[in-house]
Design a protein around this ligand. Structure first.
Ligand SMILES: [Mg+2]
Length: 313
């Protein structure tokens, strides 16, 4: 069990969701996803992954290079302006908040202020790229770096809390915890442990927002209680719910796509949890074969020492 399981689970989930992004749930119920297809929303060939994977690979490379937050912002700009880390040499999908923040940086705004912090900017754009942080040897330090990296584009405290919940859940799985136990661990961290980060504007009331995820019966909620928009909390809830309510990788990511809405991000985040939990071998081989630009993904992953559980520091 290592980062490779999570990364491949993530990328395959992203590609599975790309053709369906913004489809309503009722449309997905009428015509559910059952396989990896292409075209749809962005008219891309099957196996095309999106900004989620591009930005996540930038984070992965930056952690590997022991890069600073500034280095990470530069990698994001290289992606945005020069199609770095893309499946077919073009950026075809970018979130509104991320675009606005990267434009701010290009206009000379400092990284401290480039990210958006209003309520409407509490989207999933930094949550979708945080998987690699779960695999650093020193998780506390990694979480601080993750928040700094998140703030490049997303400064709303809820975004950081959702990132923390998610990486803590991945970390618990990596350490051998069961599904529900991993969710409980993550919830416990947000309830009691997160103040170790000491970023002052994160000190906001949040108990109410996390009430669903704090409930140990969260998995038992009916699908109608699970929203699947790009609002960071809903994306996190949907991903955790799909993972907890599935028996294997394939079932979990198809469930995620079939919720509709922000299908690529929710399936990617579900896929990282499931990929890590069930293992790389559990991901359908024909889906991996269809993934675009595997050469690039292999190049990034090959640089990383996968002999142990964690990034060597
Ligand atoms: Mg996307």
């Amino acid at each position: 069990m290592n980062i490779k399981d999570a990364i491949w689970g993530f990328i395959v989930g992203d590609a599975l969701g790309v053709p369906y992004e913004f489809s309503s749930r009722s449309r997905m119920i009428e015509n559910p996803a059952i396989d990896m297809v292409g075209y749809g929303t962005y008219n891309q060939v099957p196996g095309t992954w999106s900004d989620d994977t591009s930005m996540m690979l930038c984070v992965l490379e930056n952690i590997h290079n022991k890069g600073t937050t500034k280095n990470l912002a530069n990698l994001f700009l290289k992606w945005y302006n020069h199609n770095y880390m893309t499946p077919h040499g073009e950026v075809f999908d970018i979130g509104i908040t991320t675009r606005a923040a990267l434009n701010n940086i290009m206009e000379g705004v400092s990284l401290k202020n480039s990210g958006l912090s209003d309520e409407r900017s509490a989207g999933n754009g930094s949550l979708m790229r945080c998987v690699p942080y779960a695999f650093a040897e020193d998780i506390s330090k990694s979480i601080v770096h993750m928040i700094m990296g998140s703030r490049i584009t997303h400064r709303h405290a809820l975004c950081h809390l959702c990132c923390m919940y998610y990486v803590k859940m991945l970390r618990a799985i990596l350490e051998g915890k069961g599904k529900q136990e991993a969710a409980n661990n993550a919830a416990g961290y947000i309830k009691f442990g997160w103040r170790i980060t000491e970023t002052e504007d994160d000190q906001v009331p949040f108990q109410e927002q996390f009430s669903k995820l704090f409930n140990h019966q969260f998995h038992a909620l009916p699908e109608t209680e699970i929203q699947s928009t790009g609002y960071v909390l809903y994306t996190l809830e949907a991903s955790v719910w799909c993972f907890l309510n599935s028996e294997n990788y394939k079932e979990s990511v198809l469930k995620a796509v079939n919720l509709g809405g922000d299908t690529d991000t929710i399936a990617a985040l579900t896929g990282a949890l499931s990929g890590l939990y069930y293992g790389y071998e559990s991901i359908p081989e024909d889906w991996i074969l269809r993934i675009a630009n595997k050469k690039l993904i292999h190049e990034v992953l090959d640089k990383i020492d996968l002999s142990g559980k964690y990034f060597k520091e």
